[in-house]
Design a protein around this ligand. Structure first.
Ligand SMILES: Cc1ncc(COP(=O)(O)O)c(C=O)c1O
Length: 409
């Protein structure tokens, strides 16, 4: 169980004082707890693959080395970052619907573990490049199922989608890819829904994966080395969100996975759970300082030194259908006694971190901690918009905080 953030206020206060705001603090002990929980619930079946896009901080990638066996990368920039952080290229699999030829060339040249092919056209390009490089490139084929259960925050399949090969097309596409001389299909990959807090939805989705994996391995008579389950495991972001019960997911899917593993085709298959936010999201907070309080027409507006420019997702602009406040608190705060609208420094009304948030009384200098901010933070935000300083990125290990900011402003 992760500790509630207000219990860590001394650490949060120290981070803000020592390194300034706006800043992100990633508490790696919390990632360690999450890893232990995942191992306990899923370790008997799955190994993990961390999706770098969720948080590509170099120091974090270095910390994860040796703790997570594989990375999912989605651009050549992420490939380079992972390698610079000490990861062997062989531990990386490369997803992404629109990989450029130069990216495929570089990925194959550095010895990427697997290319995750998202179309026949991409397979053809990869086959040509691998031929020129005189290698037989390991590939996973990404499938896009025709159905995604209700209960996910975003769907990447089940409708027209840029991601993966639609299962309706795969009957024709797979034999074509399997016949490409310079590609070696080692398995399949599905990531069709993300941010689910509903165990029944995750279980139903994984059952769909199992059925599709079985069907397409039969089609090309493949004994897969690897099958990647895009996990869809979500995290609570908003007031009132009930955390996903992963023990329940494990209990409900156990029989299906056991049966699947007993089929001789899958006896030596490695199952991977590919996940981003569930691993790192709840390990991070965003810290912003209140600069001014402006009463306006009955509302109390707290103007903060970081907002949408530093944390787009918390302002509800990162693919949310309904804008709801992220969970947050005032560091060293007392009981909530008033409602505040929290705005960032940008000259746009959408730069709002929270509307009507119940907080203790705020004054200039107070620090606001926005929870569940360890994923899709700085790199998913318009940091250049209006030219404010980029947020700092800090890592806490025990009570030691270090500056892990990867850029300068
Ligand atoms: C292919 C792929 N893998 C992994 C992820 C990580 O998703 P999440 O952070 O929700 O686990 C995504 C998210 O978009 C993705 O597209």
């Amino acid at each position: 169980m992760l500790q509630p953030w207000p219990d860590l206020d001394p650490l949060l206060g120290q981070a803000a004082e020592q390194f300034g705001t706006p800043s992100y603090l990633y508490v790696v002990d919390r990632i360690g707890l999450r890893l232990a929980e995942l191992e306990q619930n899923f370790g008997q079946w799955f190994r993990l693959s961390y999706a770098v896009k969720a948080n590509p901080n170099p120091a974090l990638l270095a910390w994860l080395r040796g703790r997570v066996p594989y990375l999912d990368v989605s651009s050549i920039g992420e490939v380079r970052r992972a390698i610079r952080a000490g990861w062997p290229a062989a531990a990386l699999s490369f997803t992404g619907p629109a990989k450029r030829v130069a990216e495929l060339e570089e990925a194959i040249a550095v010895g990427i573990g697997e290319l995750v092919l998202e179309s026949v056209a991409e397979a053809e390009a990869a086959n040509t490049i691998a031929g020129v490089a005189r290698v037989r490139q390991r590939v996973l084929v990404r499938l896009a199922p025709d159905h995604v259960p209700k209960g996910f925050g975003d769907h990447m399949a089940g409708r027209p989608s840029p991601f993966g090969i639609d299962v309706e097309e795969a009957l024709e596409a797979l034999p074509q890819i399997a016949s490409m001389q310079h590609l070696h299909i080692v398995g399949f990959h599905i990531y069709s829904g993300t941010q689910s807090l509903k165990s029944a939805a995750v279980v139903e989705n994984w059952r769909i994966f199992l059925a599709q994996f079985r069907r397409f391995c039969d089609l090309i008579d493949l004994e897969p080395e690897r099958l990647v389950f895009g996990s869809g495991l979500g995290i609570p972001h908003h007031v009132g969100d009930v955390p996903l019960n992963t023990a329940e997911v494990a209990a409900q899917i156990a029989e299906d996975l056991e049966q699947f593993r007993q089929e001789s085709r899958f006896a030596d298959t490695e199952f991977l759970l590919e996940l981003g936010r569930h691993l790192v999201g709840e390990a991070g907070v965003f810290l912003a300082r209140v600069l001014r309080i402006k009463p306006s027409r009955g509302a109390q507006i707290a103007l903060c030194d970081g907002g949408m420019n530093a944390h787009l997702a918390a302002t509800g602009q990162f693919g949310m259908v309904l804008r709801r406040n992220y969970m947050l608190h005032r560091v060293d705060g007392g009981e909530p006694c008033a409602k505040y609208d929290l705005h960032g420094p940008l000259c746009t009304s959408i730069d709002r971190l929270a509307a009507g948030a119940e907080l203790p009384s705020l004054a200039p200098g107070d620090i606001i901690a926005v929870h569940s901010s360890g994923a899709y933070g700085p790199t998913a935000s318009p940091m250049n918009f209006i030219g404010h300083p980029y947020p700092r990125e800090l890592i806490a290990e025990g009570d030691r905080i270090s500056d892990a900011t990867p850029w300068t402003t």
